[in-house]
Design a protein around this ligand. Structure first.
Ligand SMILES: Nc1ncnc2c1ncn2[C@@H]1O[C@H](COP(=O)(O)OP(=O)(O)OP(=O)(O)O)[C@@H](O)[C@H]1O
Ligand SMILES: [Mg+2]
Length: 470
């Protein structure tokens, strides 16, 4: 089933909430208007009872009693919708107002089946007409005469008609109000959600070739801007990954192209005419060298691909770093001599890890340092205990690496000066491999370069107790 849209949900919410509020409001208004009418009628009825009381108080003699109906008629002139009925305790009718437009004879028996009863007021219906009345007993001024039953009633047809019309228009207004708020809610929801539609449009227009598009965070409402900012960050990361991937492919192609074209050119030149066996041997040696370089790059890349997938699992043995550094110094002896630089190491420390891998990692740093030290300079390696484990720093004098290159130094194929480096043989994978090895050992690597000195720092977790060295 399709889930309801946010606009529909908000519209329903607005509609339901406003209907509920309007219905309660309408009910309260209807009730108070009705109560107001009851109060008005009550005042009138009690006023007439007071009038009857006043008239009967003046009846002190038989003659006055006989004149009472006439007096009552006089007092009630001008109140055609009002009826008064006086009766003796035994039920004998003493007086009934003449021009009353309501059936006085019904009253007061009908009072008993009243539709509504406020403390002293009763409302009832007779046929299609509605009445409101009250009943009480009133003394006369005639000594010894029993109390007279007084019943007063008014026709409330005009009130009922007004109330009916009022309530009808009230409910119509409520229904119209509810519909209007729902419609306004729909418009508000659609307008409010328009930034979401814009975001969707931008998001759906983004493809690999348009990864530079961004959502305009500043034009969005505060509820949506964190989402848009997160989306933009994601795009930036994707764009960066895409750029690196495409750089990587072009670097890779370039890396393979040079040795391959070298081999092809040499072979073509060699084949252009017949050569002596020595000349052929020389060409073959040269080709072998290029092939070795290619094979090295391929195996480095395989290593990095494995590291990417967490498949580089170091074997664990106790390694004395100072000893490894000494052995590496011996290994690079010829290179050091050729470059006219010197090596120095101090401090010591042990870690648990893979001997061959760590040797490769430190060796890459050393070979870089030796290659970048000017003749007469000294490459120094220091090993010390650090808060996070054991720290090994390879430092060399030489040209400072501009700061903008530092964050990318550990990227594959990244070289500060590609033209110069390519000719000197490095593929630009050394530091990437070093970092993968250090990370696989749970360590960190960083670089700092300033004032003609460059230092690579590796921190590896210190050797744990209980694992014996070899
Ligand atoms: N000690 C250093 N001093 C100055 N620049 C350095 C130093 N070490 C590395 N670099 C710079 O960092 C780049 C990357 O080094 P990396 O070891 O990854 O590649 P490479 O030495 O060029 O090639 P490879 O190590 O694959 O043979 C180098 O090309 C160089 O520009
Ligand atoms: Mg290197």
């Amino acid at each position: 089933m399709r889930r309801p849209s946010l606009t529909l949900r908000l519209t329903l919410l607005f509609g339901t909430a406003s209907t509920a509020v309007l219905v309660v409001l309408g009910y309260l208004v209807g009730m108070s208007v009705q109560a107001h009418f009851v109060e008005m009628d009550r005042e009138e009825l009690l006023g007439k009872v007071q009038l009857v009381r006043h008239t009967l108080a003046k009846v002190r003699t038989g003659a006055e009693f006989a004149a009472m109906p006439g007096r009552m008629d006089d007092a009630l002139i001008g109140h055609p919708h009002l009826g008064v009925r006086l009766s003796a305790p035994d039920g004998d009718l003493l007086y009934a107002s003449a021009d009353a437009s309501f059936p006085a004879e019904d009253f007061p028996m009908r009072l008993a089946e009243g539709m509504q009863r406020s403390p002293d007021i009763t409302t009832w219906r007779h046929g299609s007409h509605a009445f409101r009345g009250t009943m009480t007993t009133v003394p006369t001024g005639y000594p010894g005469m029993p109390l007279v039953n007084v019943a007063v009633a008014v026709s409330i047809d005009h009130h009922v008609a007004f109330l009916d019309a009022f309530i009808r228009s009230l409910w119509i207004s409520i229904a119209a109000g509810a519909l209007l708020t729902a419609a306004l809610g729909w418009i508000a929801a659609r307008r409010g959600l328009s930034p979401v539609r814009e975001m969707t449009a931008v998001a759906s227009s983004i493809s690999a070739s348009r990864l530079h598009d961004r959502l305009r965070v500043e034009s969005l409402p505060p509820e949506l801007s964190p989402l848009a900012a997160a989306f933009n960050d994601m795009l930036a990361r994707l764009e960066d990954s895409f750029r690196r991937l495409s750089d990587f492919s072009s670097d890779l192609a370039h890396e393979f192209k040079t040795p391959l074209s070298n081999v092809m050119t040499q072979t073509e030149v060699a084949l252009s005419r017949s050569r002596s066996p020595e000349e052929y041997r020389e060409v073959l040696y040269s080709s072998l060298e290029e092939c070795e370089r290619l094979a090295r790059t391929v195996s480095d890349m395989l290593f990095l691909a494995k590291a990417d997938h967490g498949q580089v699992i170091p074997s664990v043995e106790r390694i004395d770093l100072a000893r490894e550094v000494r052995e590496l110094f011996e290994f690079y002896d010829a290179f050091v001599e050729e470059r006219g630089v010197s090596l120095a190491s101090r401090g010591e420390g042990s870690v648990d890890g893979d001997r061959l891998m760590l040797r490769r990692a430190i060796g890459n740093l050393l070979s870089n340092a030796i290659a970048h030290t000017p003749p007469g300079g000294r490459v120094s390696v220091s090993i010390a205990q650090a808060p996070g484990g054991v720290r090994l720093v390879v430092e060399n004098p030489g040209e400072t690496i501009p700061p903008q290159h530092l964050p990318r130094l550990f990227d594959r194929f990244y070289r500060v000066d590609p033209a110069r480096q390519r000719s000197s043989g490095g593929a630009g994978l050394g530091l990437a491999i070093t970092r993968s090895i250090v990370v696989a050992h749970g360590g960190t690597i960083s670089v700092a370069s300033a004032d003609g000195s460059t230092a690579f720092e590796i921190v590896l977790p210190a050797a744990r107790e209980g694992i014996s060295g070899m």
